[in-house]
Write a protein of this length. Structure first.
Lengths: 114, 117
């Protein structure tokens, strides 16, 4: 499905602080989720993924939490750096019947200030 | 690994002309490629899904005769915007999933900025 918004929510954090970006998804049957980072003028970059049989997954400086009860995902970035400034999208996989298409969230713009 | 390229990165064309955008998977075979469109400060909108050797599946509201998709090989898909008009100006991004990778993960190209005058 489409995810269209007139503006992006913005999260402003200071360098060194931790960031938490939230996302609500729509399909309770979705079993695979991805967080992407998109810098201005570039394509989305894969950050981390999680399957529905997990509640938490950690990567380098990033952690994804999944709450299936309320259909909520979050991305935590530790010790946020200026290079983390970008738009972050969550995406839920639509499954094989939909050709593994992704349904993207509206996105959150993260601004890291020195 | 899992690198996807697009060409051109930017294109300016006159209204009424056609523009072709290429999407290539550089280090894997892409069984499926996806084409998205993105307007400023908005999310990605899926236009179509294409599997190698078969016709693309278009999302509702996307004109298949205007946005021609060809996926002739496991490493190349093309999107042709026919008779482009100023309202077609947008950021077009492709992605791919394929052999040797997590089944559901899509890897994205760098995007193509189209400006129709």
């Amino acid at each position: 499905g489409e995810s269209v918004g007139l503006h992006l929510p913005t999260l402003s954090v200071q360098e060194g602080d931790n960031s938490i970006i939230n996302c609500a998804y729509s399909n309770s049957a979705s079993d695979y989720f991805i967080w992407y980072k998109q810098e201005s003028g570039k394509g989305p970059q894969f950050i981390i993924d999680i399957r529905s049989n997990m509640d938490k997954r950690q990567g380098q400086r990033v952690t994804v939490l999944l709450n299936k009860t309320v259909k909520h995902l979050s991305l935590q970035i530790a010790a946020t750096q200026p290079g983390d400034s970008a738009v972050y999208f969550c995406a839920e996989n639509q499954g094989s019947n939909s050709g593994y298409a992704l349904n993207f969230g509206k996105g959150t713009s993260l601004l890291v200030t020195p | 690994g899992a690198v996807v390229s697009q060409h051109p990165s930017r294109v300016i064309c006159k209204s009424g002309t056609s523009v072709k955008i290429e999407c290539r998977s550089l280090d894997f075979q892409a069984t499926t490629m996806f084409w998205y469109r993105q307007f400023p400060k908005q999310s990605l909108m899926l236009m179509a899904t294409s599997n190698e050797g078969s016709k693309a599946t278009y999302e509702q509201g996307v004109e298949k005769d205007k946005f021609l998709i060809n996926h002739a090989s496991l490493t190349l898909s093309t999107l042709t915007v026919t008779s482009a008009h100023p309202e077609d100006s947008s950021f077009y991004i492709c992605s791919a999933r394929g052999a040797g990778l997590v089944l559901e993960t899509q890897y994205f190209g760098p995007g193509t900025r189209l400006l129709v005058l």
